[in-house]
Design a protein. Structure first.
Lengths: 248, 347
């Protein structure tokens, strides 16, 4: 019998802790498949961040480091600069990357570090139970924006890829989603490109992935996917915002 | 050579090829020296966007097995505290240099020793220790820097060189070959690619299960116990017959020596114990002196921080007095002399 589907080797054979309907699992799989396809597991170092994906160090078969909240890009820089032959990726959520780690995010991009960032945007703080994130949409209800995010009080959500695409050090800034087979396939291509760029020494590559959080959004997994399409995709359009080689 | 430059050259000499910094007075010469020298020796000097980022770059370098360091001055060390806690929690070796200035807040830019508590008690959250080395000369800035790396590697823990602005800026001759080199263990735990040859390495400080966390902390404290047994460093000066024992570290110890020499001329038997390691602290040695001396005097450039450790070591056996200047003020030899004379008069 021919095997048509199997668990990627770079994905550890352990149960994931993610909630039912959460799309972190799909994204983990896409990253692991890419590591398998490129045959780089033996020299890859992943940097887990703080948030729902904090346990990512248990889920990938490559060497892993767990960084402080928001600091994964700095830790990644320390690894890559001292061990240029490694392939280094960070796996970060929106609170980690776009709030507490904003400086680290912007400056890994200004330096054009030859590193890959996987940025999971689900518009909420999941691990702590559903608080407002830097990417929470206007009007979106969270436990710390119980009347809906009010731009006058809490400001506006940040579009990371658009912002980073203005920086010379960025090779790839692209946004995908994992709400449908079509978008999953497209996102997979972006992730692969983000790793290939690193192998070719092109500079910083970041792939933002719109993701669901049914638990903290208070929706069924199916309704969450629909909400993502209707609300997140309009504020965070899918696409490639920069593609080329970093000016370094 | 300037004290700050001596730190930088000594680090390179000790095989540290990775430096991550951020400018702050009075330690900026370390960054500047590294920026000039590192490219010439095939190393890297990277200026981060913040102290926070610099310590986390240092963590990444250390986690992947490189000998790495960062440096800063007091307010910058506060920013690094988070990273230092993670480094300690991940059992990573590296060197952190603090060339102290006055505080709290932005404080001042003149020399100070007011980060003693921070270095020995509170640099980062959680149960943790740093090996804290306190140089008292430019020569020691160099030799203790070199030794700090080996100590950190031996015990898989961060080491801190706790200097001050005066030592950083002063110029003295220095010999870079003067340090005790030791064999250090291989870094089999490093996360730098498993190469298909071993199981994956995880560098991590998270333990959700409290029993697991307690176990990991206990294991670390077993190592700390060995450090306390084997790595205490101090200098004694004229303590053999001393009635009054001064305790001072760093630049202050030099001032105390001059004051002791002056009062000795008048028959006042004073001596000095200078802790070189602030952690582990020479508590046994101070306790032994407490059996034969009549009184202690702690001299510090802060409001009295190390004096707590001195009192714990003396354990009520003899009175412990305190003389301090703070905010960047340096105690003069005359001031210390006067204090010793007053103590001697009341013995």
């Amino acid at each position: 019998m021919k095997t048509v589907y199997e668990r990627p080797k770079a994905l550890s054979d352990v149960p994931l802790h993610y909630c039912p309907g959460c799309t972190h699992g799909i994204i983990h799989k896409l990253v692991a498949q890419t590591i398998d396809e490129l045959g780089i597991e033996d020299r890859t170092v992943g940097i887990a961040s703080v948030g729902c994906s904090v346990f990512a160090y248990n889920y990938f078969e490559c060497d892993m480091i767990q960084a402080a909240h928001g600091r994964a890009p700095a830790v990644a820089t320390g690894v890559k600069r001292t061990h240029p032959d490694t392939v280094v990726f960070t796996y970060q959520g929106d609170g980690d990357l776009a709030a507490i780690g904003t400086a680290e995010t912007v400056h890994i991009a200004t330096r054009g570090e030859n590193v890959t960032i996987i940025f999971v945007n689900n518009a909420i703080y999941g691990m702590t139970g559903g608080q407002m994130a830097p990417t929470t949409l206007p009007g979106q209800v969270t436990t710390t924006s119980p009347y809906g995010r009010d731009r006058k009080i809490q400001g506006s959500p940040v579009r990371i890829c658009e912002m980073l695409s203005t920086l010379d050090g960025v090779a790839l800034a692209a946004r995908g989603a994992v709400d449908s087979p079509k978008n999953i396939n497209a996102t997979k291509k972006l992730i692969r490109k983000a790793f290939e760029n690193q192998l070719e020494g092109k500079g910083l590559s970041i792939v933002e992935i719109l993701s669901t959080c049914p638990t903290n959004w208070g929706m069924t997994p199916k309704a969450a996917l629909e909400w993502l399409r209707e609300n997140m995709m309009t504020y965070y359009p899918l696409g490639v915002f920069k593609d080329g080689e970093a000016v370094r | 050579m300037k004290g700050n430059e001596a730190i930088a050259e000594a680090a390179i000499n000790a095989g540290c090829l990775y430096y991550f910094g951020y400018p702050i007075t009075p330690q900026t010469e370390i960054s500047e020296y590294m920026a000039k020298r590192m490219p010439k020796v095939g190393g890297l000097c990277l200026q981060a966007e913040s102290e926070i980022s610099a310590i986390n770059m240092t963590m990444g370098a250390a986690a992947s097995g490189a000998r790495a360091m960062t440096s800063s001055s007091s307010p910058g060390i506060s920013l690094k505290s988070e990273g230092i806690s993670y480094i300690a929690g991940c059992d990573l070796p590296c060197l952190i240099v603090n060339v102290q200035r006055g505080g709290p807040g932005l404080g001042g830019i003149q020399p100070s020793q007011s980060d003693y508590y921070q270095a020995t008690r509170g640099v980062g959250h959680g149960d943790l220790r740093l090996i804290v080395l306190a140089p008292s000369s430019v020569q020691e800035m160099a030799s203790l820097t070199a030794e700090a790396f080996d100590l950190a590697d031996t015990y898989r823990m961060p080491a801190m060189l706790l200097a001050d602005g005066a030592l950083g800026q002063m110029m003295e001759p220095v010999d870079f070959s003067l340090f005790e080199k030791r064999e250090v263990p291989e870094k089999e735990w490093a996360a730098n690619g498993h190469g298909g040859k071993r199981k994956k390495n995880i560098v991590n400080s998270l333990f959700i299960d409290p029993q697991e966390l307690e176990n990991s902390v206990m294991k670390r404290y077993e190592r700390y116990k060995i450090v306390e047994q084997k790595e205490v460093k101090y200098e004694e000066y004229m303590t053999d017959d001393a009635d009054i024992v001064l305790v001072a570290f760093g630049i202050t110890a030099r001032i105390c020596k001059s004051a002791i020499a002056a009062v000795r001329k008048d028959g006042i038997k004073a001596g000095l114990l200078r802790p070189i390691t602030l952690w582990p602290f020479p508590k046994k040695e101070i306790g032994a002196l407490a059996d034969r001396a009549k009184a202690f005097l702690t001299v510090e450039m802060n409001m009295g921080q190390m004096v707590d450790d001195v009192r714990l070591a003396v354990n009520g056996k003899k009175p412990v007095d305190l003389y301090t200047r703070t905010g960047g003020m340096i105690p003069s030899v005359d001031e210390v002399e006067e204090k010793i004379r007053a103590m001697a008069a009341s013995l």
